[in-house]
Design a protein around this ligand. Sequence first.
Ligand code: AHR
Length: 325
Amino acid sequence: MKTPMIAGTALVLGALFATTSVIAKDLPKLEVKDRYKVGFAQMESNNPWRIAESKSFEDTAESCGWDLISTDAAGSAAKQVADVDSMIAQGIDVLFLPPREEKPLIPAVKKAFAAGIPTFLVDRSVDPKNAVAGKDFVAFLGSDFIQQGGIAGQWLVDNFKGDKAVIIELEGTTGSSPANDRKKGFDDVIAKQDNMTIVASQSGDFARDTGRQVMETLLQAHPDVNVVYAHNDEMAIGAIQALEIAGRKPGKDVMIVSVDGTRDALQAIIDGKMGVTVESSPFFGPLACDVMKRYAAGETIEPWVQVKDRVFTSANAKDHIAEAY
Ligand code: AHR
């Protein structure tokens, strides 16, 4: 991973750490020591975002004194639960977990915590009605996905030039926090616009191929589409492929609005095929290290260590593509 983006993420840390703390009771203790057995239970490795996130943990391991145990659940929440189980059995000191979906991972989170393992949710969260920070896990480290969807929606409102926006929405993995929240953030903005309608909203599972296939099908039902909102860049790129195969001109007769900030998305913006991607940083390693060390030192960790995101458009995509993933 290129250094500038890691440095950029690190710059944000000071501001993040200034946010309000809550007093939590009976959290597992973590002693200060030179080396920690750390579990990172990744959900899948089928897109650049996931690969960048895993690499960020690997790249941080040595400098943070982690003996890292990493797993890959290959897109299965059941396997991710089993991976956490295995990590508990191996006696990890700390768990970092991006839960693939909001509900199925809750028992695993609670089990790790009950076993006395400080557990941090990374990038995705669990259903807040059934598990909360400070009680069932220490904290959630991640972006505000509702805000990301809202920014994408507002960008569309500010930049759409036609009379009526006919929007296809490609949702992320069903039951995942980014899919739920990015949908809410975007749909709430669009619901207030008289000239904008979401004519179809369907899951593409955050994957390029699935996004392309879903877009091909939806395009047949809605040939008048002139906006695609994808919950991540991989599906946006899949949608661009489907549109081009159908003879459409993404960026010209169909606006593409997305989330993440991958290299391919920034290139698509530079090429004039995509309008905007709202950043969702995968570089969690340095942040996880800092939070773990603060926790071991006895600091109270805020329940949501929020990552601040940028917005990439034709105005700045060129400036950031070299550091993208
Ligand atoms: O949880 C974050 C989302 O998961 C990213 O937007 C997506 O690309 C990834 O798979």
